[in-house]
Design a protein around this ligand. Sequence first.
Ligand code: ADP
Ligand code: RBF
Ligand code: MG
Length: 155
Amino acid sequence: MRHLPYFCRGQVVRGFGRGSKQLGIPTANFPEQVVDNLPADVSTGIYYGWASVGSGDVHKMVVSIGWNPYYKNTKKSMETHIMHTFKEDFYGEILSVAIVGYLRPEKNFDSLESLISAIHGDIEEAKKRLDLPEHLKLKEDNFFRVPKSKIMNGH
Ligand code: ADP
Ligand code: RBF
Ligand code: MG
């Protein structure tokens, strides 16, 4: 994991529309270009770290990188669930993420329920690990002090 921490930023786009939100686990998807720019040796799997939307507060997050074997996607995706309740959706806004640690490889599951409970396990594990001093310090990284020019959203 010599590429961690890995920092990246991109506009939030529409994802697969599978109703992750209805399941209580909305995931903000990055555009293809951001996914293609991941270093080749950042392996697919489930990671944790920090995230902020626009120039907003920095929150704990989990991110899934890969092909979602449960859904047999043909395109690699990168989707971030932020452990925070937002008042509104933030499609089109700039999402900044710092990936700080790896949790597990992507897996297939024999039911949606087991996928969901694995994700809940990831969320709890991520919350715990992010409280370690080595990870907490990245929450304060200058990367998250986004200049206004970068959050103007193309207008
Ligand atoms: P899609 O298939 O379009 O990605 P989702 O059901 O995964 O739809 O919902 C993702 C959207 O929900 C995000 O793009 C964002 O606008 C919104 N959202 C609201 N709360 C969160 C959150 N805590 N974490 C991630 N996305 C969130
Ligand atoms: N999809 C998979 O097919 N296998 C996985 O192991 C898997 N793990 C995930 C872990 C986390 C923390 C998150 C946020 C997503 C994961 N996904 C996985 C992606 C999941 O299928 C996708 O977000 C769905 O839209 C959830 O309904
Ligand atoms: Mg999504």
